[in-house]
Unconditional design. Structure first.
Length: 83
C-alpha cells in the first residue's frame, strides 16, 4: 500500500475534540474501505487539516473520507519517500 497525505481546507477554528472525533469516525470505517488512517493534524488558524493514510489508491482515500462522513479532501498527494 502507498501512503497519502490529504489536505482539507475550510476548517477554520477546528478544535482538538472535533479533529479527534473526525479521526475516530475514519478509523471506524477503514477496514470497509481497505485503508488505514495513521494520523491527522490541524491548523485551526489557517483552517487546514492534514491526514496521513495508507491506501491502495488516492481514490480509496477519497471514498473512505466520504464513507466516514468527513469533509472531502481538497488535495491528495502520494508520499513515496519518508525518513
Amino acid at each position: 500500500m502507498t501512503r497519502f497525505m490529504d489536505v482539507h481546507h475550510g476548517a477554520k477554528g477546528i478544535t482538538a475534540e472535533q479533529l479527534r472525533q473526525g479521526h475516530q469516525a475514519a478509523l471506524a470505517i477503514e477496514k470497509e474501505e481497505g485503508v488505514h488512517f495513521e494520523r491527522a493534524w490541524a491548523d485551526p488558524e489557517a483552517g487546514i487539516v492534514y491526514c496521513l493514510t495508507e491506501a491502495p489508491s488516492a481514490d480509496a482515500v477519497q471514498r473512505a473520507h466520504e464513507h466516514a462522513g468527513s469533509q472531502k479532501p481538497d488535495e491528495i498527494h502520494p508520499v513515496p519517500l519518508t525518513t
